[in-house]
Write a protein that binds this ligand. Sequence first.
Ligand SMILES: Cc1cc2nc3c(=O)[nH]c(=O)nc-3n(C[C@H](O)[C@H](O)[C@H](O)COP(=O)(O)OP(=O)(O)OC[C@H]3O[C@@H](n4cnc5c(N)ncnc54)[C@H](O)[C@@H]3O)c2cc1C
Length: 572
Amino acid sequence: MSSSHSHFPGADQSQAFLGLGFDPLLDLAAFPHLSETELAEVAPFGERCTFVENDPLVSAGDYPFNSYVILSGTVRAVDVSTGERVVFVRYGAGYFTGDIDLFTRRPSIISVEAETSVEVVRLTPKQLRDLFTRKPQVGEKFWKSYQRRRELLLKSKFRGLSIYGRKDDKATLEAVEMLFRNSVPHEWLDTSLDDNRSKLEQIREDVQSYPVVAHGTRVLFEAPTRGQLADHLRLRGQLPNSVYDVLILGAGPAGLGAAVYAASEGLSSLVMDGLGPGGQAGSTSRIENYAGFPDGINGRDLAHLIYLLKFGADFHVPSRVSNLERRSNGLYRVRTIEGDYVLGKSVIIAAGVSYGLLNVEGLNTFQGAGVYYSATNIEARLCRSSAAHVVGGGNSAGQAAMFLSQTADEVSLLVRGPDLRKMSSYLSERVLANQRIRIRCNTEVVGIEGVDHICGVHVRDPNGAIKEEFTSGLFVFIGAKPRTDFLPSSIVRNDQGFVLTGQDVALLPVWKEPRPPCTVETSLPGVFAAGDCRSGSPKRVAFAIGDGATAVTSVHKFLEGTRPERRSGEFI
Ligand SMILES: Cc1cc2nc3c(=O)[nH]c(=O)nc-3n(C[C@H](O)[C@H](O)[C@H](O)COP(=O)(O)OP(=O)(O)OC[C@H]3O[C@@H](n4cnc5c(N)ncnc54)[C@H](O)[C@@H]3O)c2cc1C
């Protein structure tokens, strides 16, 4: 089929291809053409069927939906999310329909209609998975094309869901964050701007409460709860009554790492997260120290990639765990603030930490672009022969200042308190002796400057005067608090709340088992901890993923040791 098929009479050229600027069909990764041999390989996996002109093959919002391999005729992919009906692409025999949401088990975000009568092979998501396993070469074409199509769609004027609400409205921000964390295509229209307010008035008058969630001109919700929105988007389903082999609490790198290994090794597993996959990495603009991605990878993309590789692990978001208890039959019961209960034979806690953030307007925009929460060789390089600012008075801040002083011309250590008493004395002595570190007590960062990258900080000095200073990097080390408050007291933690595991619990009086604890096992047998919330773990993505995998190895050992006493399929 030639690309000229994508031009249609009467179309507004600025809207053609959703404003992408070129015919998506020319992108061979997004729209590969299957050869006769490949079509013959694919056909036995699905069922043949036909559609007449203008029949929908898939409608936006359909769930579940299928992929169709076109044998004859032409189809068109249509979007209405901008409020207008726009054809994104047209294609015919040898091409196939579908999108990445076939695998995330979410509703279709776009419609596909028969332009002429068409003959197709229908492939359900399960049949597609069979194809991937048994015919990996042709399967790879489908898999890669779905990813690339999503990239193209996000580059285009495709809007997805529209979220209307002001930037100072907490409910609006929470909805936007949930959509962002779960990679749901959306556009946030800040209603403090006149333009967006009048767009909203065209589809809904007299709005009482925000956010307003719409698809094109159709209002779906006014002030939905997180649960309503999540259910609509199929982010979570009904929890089963049966018992999972392992419950994974948290879907940051540690939880996702655990999920991939657990599910690929045949353990039934459920991942629960209060927000969505990604954890802290989800808010990181670029992770440069993760093997396999020499150019670095955006934290959210990495999370999405791991998420897609989930090999069948169940995900349930948003679900914030509020309680974990061991029952008399040895099973673990987890409760969430959304009111769900679920049982598991073992548990992996991967709840991570929350970093202390400076209360400075615009700081989030510059994360990874001059504002950092770690100081590694990469950041040190960025500050070479220049000025850097480190905020904090504890050991992390001291170590970062020492490290950065090897490359930066001057490092300002901005301490809110009057001295370095919070720092270990060996370290504060080194910091004090370092000619390149300027210790500035009773000072605070109150503002930042920059366009794409931070270039200046506003520092309030002990007299209250505010001065703008040039900087090549602002490093924030004002504490990380583990998210472990919801755990029972039988899971022993250190003074800061980090979970003790393995050898650290072996000698504790609470450890009553005749066997030593497994690697990363907590003081509650059968409960494991992985990633940043675990005492002694390096606070890094790669370590967190590895920790998740280690925890799964220990879960296997634990389940093997307890198998005779346990029964699958028990009910709450
Ligand atoms: C700004 C920033 C930049 C960073 N840059 C890098 C970098 O370049 N390279 C690098 O290696 N590391 C970097 N890190 C550190 C890295 O992101 C962390 O080490 C890693 O994310 C830890 O993974 P985790 O899964 O243990 O925890 P987290 O990422 O914190 O994930 C924990 C998850 O658990 C969920 N959760 C918490 N409590 C509950 C509950 N009660 N119920 C349900 N869910 C819950 C949270 O919503 C979260 O999704 C950075 C961190 C930050 C903040």
